[in-house]
Each structure stands twice: as structure tokens, then as C-alpha cells.
Design a protein around this ligand. Structure first.
Ligand SMILES: [Fe+2]
Length: 323
């Protein structure tokens, strides 16, 4: 395996959502901890995470390709992948143009689509490394944080977009374009149910997860943001909960990717996920095929209801009981 993707892909640079309720979507993004950015177009709302990962929000409008969510009234309109440099961008254009349109816009962003019709874009990454004090832990007999209190977070500040999950009819078919044309790598699989892929040999466990959906069709499932540690996952989740947003699942810890998570139902047609301490992988990572059994979703999740398939967090649930 080569050390770098042929196209020097760096990860998800931007996710563009088209939504029915743009006011609610923007409120959710701000409550989530993203920072509003300046947009030249008043109809385009832009939010950024610490490293420059970007979310764009537009009002859903049928007939306008970049304002049309795929498969649902609100959802994913375009997924932008970052690349290292302009030469890589041109190499992707040359590859895609073998069998489909791929056009540069005035800002040098390349627009195309995958085999399912998901709008794809590629740009020289606008994400940048941001250095911050990494949380240290005291383990028995091995104190890593001497004479210092543990971090507390008054406000959540997502560091970066980690990955996106997309529901499809056939995950095995959906991934072919990415593997065969863009050299994505399978990191892990749920047998016959979902495939975790990364866009570079070294880095995130997954940047995209294609999962067989309960409903037919292709649609946005969730978007994950990395936060600094589990304390920020919990703090962020409590903050969202206090503002009235509903838990989809969590807090909990995934078995696959090891991330501590908390998902919230969002106005974007799916959920958003805070995630901390996800597996980072390299060329020696061994791909596993996991049984698609119900408990594979997590090692543990507070409030997880397994009997009827609904997932509820304990804090939202207790608040409803109190009313
Ligand atoms: Fe996720």
C-alpha cells in the first residue's frame, strides 16, 4: 500500500446541506459550537470548525442541483473532499472526466458526482493544523497530569469534521466508485450492512460510512465532528440537551472506531455526532468484518433501547418525564 492516496486526498473539507428550515439549521449549527463565517452570498450560510472544516447551509430548492438534498426534504446537497494541492485536483478532474462531467468553478473548486448521484466537489484543502493542549490523564501508577486540574469546557468547539455517513440501498455497490476511481480504502465492515472507508492510508479510521438503509434510496444519515476529549463530548451533549435539542443516541462508545459519541437529531435530515478518541490508523491497520448484530453499534450507550429499535438518551428522557 502506498503511503499517500494517489490524489492526495486529505478528508472531508466541506459539507453542503440543503434544508427546509434554514433558521433552525443555522441555530443548531451555532448551538453545536460552529462559528458563523462571512459569506458573500446572503442565501448561503457558512459555519466552520476550529481547523476550517466547513458546513454550508442553503434553503432546499428543487431544480437547482446544488440546492437539492439527495433523497429527503432536508439533507446532503454536496460533499467536498480536500486535496493537498492543485496538481492533485487536476488529476482528479482528469480521472472523473473519463466517464462524467467534472467542472471547475470560478474559485477553482471541482464539481462532479458519484455513481449514486451524490454531488461531489474537490478543492485544495482549507483545513489547517491547529495546535492545542492535548488532554492528559492520570492512570493508576502512571500520572500523566501532575499538579493540574482536568480540563473543563464552558462551550463546545468542534475541532474538525471527522466523517459522514450516508444511507444507501447497497453499500457494496456504493463504495465501488470510491475504491476503484479514487483509491479509498476499506477500514472495517459490517457484513452485508455497512462499509467504513478512509480516503488516505494514514489518518482517520473512516471519512465516510456507507450503510444499507432501512428506507430505500440514498440519503444523509449523520455527520461527525471531532472534539478534544470525552469531557467535551459530555459537556457538548449536555449543552445541546439544555437548549432543547433531542438526543438520537448517546452518550456512548462505539465498538468500531472506538469513539466516544453523542448524536443529536438535527434539522439537516439526519443526526450530528460529537466524537472523541476515534481510532487513527496506518498502513498496518487490519480490516475486520464484524457481524451485523444489534449490539455492534456500541460497547455501551446510556439509555439505549434495544427492544423497539428506538434510541434515546437518558437526559432527554428524564426531562420529558419531569414535564
Ligand atoms: Fe459516526
Amino acid at each position: 500500500m502506498q503511503a499517500e492516496n494517489r490524489f492526495r486526498l486529505t478528508g472531508v473539507d466541506c459539507v453542503r446541506f440543503a434544508v427546509e428550515d434554514i433558521e433552525a439549521a443555522c441555530r443548531f449549527a451555532a448551538d453545536w459550537g460552529l462559528v458563523p463565517a462571512i459569506s458573500k452570498d446572503p442565501a448561503l450560510k457558512v459555519f466552520t470548525a476550529t481547523d476550517g472544516s466547513e458546513v454550508q447551509v442553503v434553503k432546499a430548492a428543487a431544480g437547482q442541483p446544488r440546492c437539492t438534498p439527495i433523497g429527503a426534504p432536508s439533507g446532503l446537497a454536496e460533499l467536498t473532499w480536500g486535496v493537498a494541492d492543485a496538481a492533485a485536483l487536476q488529476a482528479i478532474a482528469d480521472e472523473l472526466r473519463k466517464d462524467r462531467a467534472a467542472e471547475f468553478d470560478a474559485e477553482g473548486v471541482l464539481h462532479s458526482h458519484d455513481d449514486l448521484g451524490i454531488g461531489l466537489a474537490f478543492r485544495v484543502t482549507r483545513r489547517r493544523a491547529v495546535i492545542y493542549p492535548v488532554t492528559r490523564y492520570n492512570a493508576p501508577g502512571q500520572p500523566g497530569r501532575l499538579n493540574a486540574r482536568a480540563p473543563r469546557y464552558e462551550a463546545v468547539r468542534p475541532h474538525e469534521i471527522s466523517h459522514i455517513a450516508i444511507g444507501v440501498d447497497d453499500a457494496g455497490e456504493a463504495v465501488k466508485f470510491y475504491i476503484e476511481r479514487l483509491d479509498f480504502i476499506v477500514s472495517d465492515r459490517y457484513a452485508n450492512r455497512g462499509i467504513f472507508m478512509r480516503c488516505a492510508p494514514v489518518g482517520n479510521h473512516h471519512h465516510v460510512f456507507f450503510m444499507n438503509a432501512k428506507q430505500p434510496g440514498t440519503r444523509f444519515n449523520h455527520l461527525a465532528f471531532k472534539v478534544r476529549d470525552i469531557h467535551e463530548v459530555i459537556g457538548g451533549g449536555q449543552h445541546l440537551d439544555a437548549l432543547g435539542w433531542k438526543t438520537f443516541a448517546g452518550p456512548g462508545r462505539h465498538l468500531i472506531s472506538s469513539a466516544c459519541f453523542w448524536y443529536f437529531v438535527s434539522p439537516f435530515g439526519g443526526s450530528w455526532e460529537y466524537a472523541a478518541d476515534e481510532d487513527m490508523v496506518g498502513e498496518d491497520w487490519e480490516t475486520q468484518d464484524f457481524d451485523a448484530v444489534s449490539h455492534i453499534f456500541s460497547e455501551w450507550t446510556f439509555g439505549l433501547e434495544k427492544s423497539d429499535g428506538t434510541l434515546r438518551g437518558p437526559i432527554s428522557a428524564s426531562k420529558e418525564q419531569a414535564l
